[in-house]
Ligand binder design. Structure first.
Ligand code: SF4
Length: 447
């Protein structure tokens, strides 16, 4: 048996979304299978793997900083870039000082095949592909902390939103086989994890594509129903789902399900139908209102979040006010606000009528203010109610945090015995930090 100190060391850095995090975990497991020891990114490692994102602002600058960071820890280490940015701009990443290898979308899961020679390259070597070749599916899941796991169920996207590079970086929409998803969910539950967050690029599209040579036979609703039956999973969360794919049947099922929690994150992007059309989204604002009303009808306490982009080309003051007023009146709980920024190879980047940066920032600030107001109103509406909270694993300056099933964030003084337990509580008041304080209704309902 090899002694620990003789093992080759590998470290990972992940940029971007939950999907990237789940894929880093899968890549890390393949290193483990090859006998590598995983260490923290700040430590000296033999190999550093950076899983990149193309949505991150200043993606190139951030990437260079991370490479430098790795080199500081070990200047002779072998540095590998994978992920969306590596697929979109492989040559650019390969030219960054210190990078040895860049792997595209088809190669990232075969990373350990590229490790025969770890001597530093003068110039990064690229093993890239046409994104149309990335038509196969690799399942993944990752652990956020000791309480929550991100389970990938779908990859890629067939939509053509005019601002988005994700289809170019991740390819066509394709999904994991139902039995594989269930198997991964069982493994997660056996590890004692209480909450699973479903992840993907466009998860409502689950069931698209083929698996091997077989056509998929399942829909997103089939997936939701089957996951709800997995033993030992206390909570399931649908992370983000396009409004046009969130069907009444799914909402009705979640309302009476055992494990799915009443929390929906539904990208809106704009409250103006003109802008939605220019973005080539697949719905109008009326459909969004209808989705929110349907959820409220069957789950009055549900938490509903929305993504919004401000400063899209052609967004006039009137369009923006339309969005602001629309959101102000809509019964939702928080916003994730994105300031539009041009991405290469998208049709929006070619559009004229560009919104000046200063105005984009101002609009973004206004919507962030609205989001804070919405969140507070939602928390206030929940005071006096009894909920279950799942406590997380981190000691944050002497406090422990947790979320109720409907995503109200609570805090209480740190107590390690609370980590990864579900507690029945009554929500009492909102603290100065905006988080909710509570009293226990029952102690320790799940150990
Ligand atoms: S739905 Fe639109 S924004 Fe979302 S990944 Fe697909 S193309 Fe991009």
């Amino acid at each position: 048996m090899r002694r620990m100190e003789n093992l080759k060391k590998v470290a990972f850095y992940t940029l971007g979304c939950k999907l990237n995090f789940s894929e880093t975990s899968t890549i890390a497991r393949s290193f483990k299978d090859e006998g590598f020891l995983r260490v923290d990114f700040n430590e000296a490692a033999d190999i550093y793997v950076i899983n990149t994102c193309s949505v991150t602002d200043n993606a190139d600058k951030r990437f260079k900083t991370i490479v430098k960071h790795a080199q500081k820890a070990n200047e002779n280490a072998f540095v590998i870039a994978v992920g969306c940015y590596a697929q979109l701009k492989p040559e650019e990443l390969a030219a960054v000082d210190g990078v040895d290898l860049v792997l595209g979308a088809t190669e990232k899961f075969k990373i350990t095949n590229y490790l025969n020679d770890l001597s530093k390259n003068e110039m990064g070597e690229v093993h890239s592909c046409e994104i149309t070749e990335a038509d196969f599916y690799v399942g993944s899941y990752s652990f956020g902390d000791r309480t929550r796991a991100f389970l990938k169920v779908q990859d890629g996207c067939d939509y053509k939103c005019t601002y988005c590079t994700i289809p170019l970086a991740r390819g066509i929409s394709r999904s994991d086989e139902l039995e594989n998803v269930l198997e991964n969910a069982r493994k997660i539950s056996q590890d004692g994890i209480k909450e699973i967050v479903l992840t993907g690029v466009n998860i409502g599209d689950y069931g698209k594509g083929e698996f091997g040579n077989k056509k998929h036979e399942h829909t997103f609703l089939d997936l939701v129903k089957a996951l709800d039956e997995v033993e030992g999973i206390e909570r399931l969360r649908i992370s983000s789902i396009e409004p046009n794919l969130l069907k009444n049947e799914t909402i009705d099922f979640v309302a009476k399900s055992k494990a799915f929690v009443p929390h929906f994150h539904i990208p809106l992007q704009s409250g103006s139908n003109d802008i939605l059309k220019a973005m080539r989204r697949r719905y109008m604002r009326e459909l969004y209102v209808d989705r929110v009303q349907k959820i409220r009808e069957v789950m009055p306490d549900a938490c509903i979040g929305a993504d919004v982009i401000v400063g899209f080309p052609g967004e006039s003051n009137e369009h923006f006010l339309e969005t602001y007023n629309f959101l102000n009146e809509l019964d939702i709980s928080y916003l994730h606000v994105f300031t539009y920024s041009e991405r290469d190879n998208t049709s929006a980047a070619e559009m004229t009528d560009v919104v000046p940066l200063k105005i984009r920032k101002k609009r973004s600030k206004m919507l962030r203010g609205l989001s804070a107001k919405k969140r507070r109103a939602f928390y206030e509406s929940q005071l006096g109610k009894t909920k279950n909270v799942l406590f997380e694993g981190e000691n944050k300056e002497g406090y422990i945090h947790g979320f109720t099933e409907n995503y109200v964030k609570v805090k209480t003084p740190w107590d390690p015995a609370l980590v990864n337990t579900l507690q029945k509580i009554e929500l009492q008041k909102i603290g100065e930090d905006g988080l909710v304080r509570f009293s226990y209704v029952e102690e320790q309902i799940t150990a």
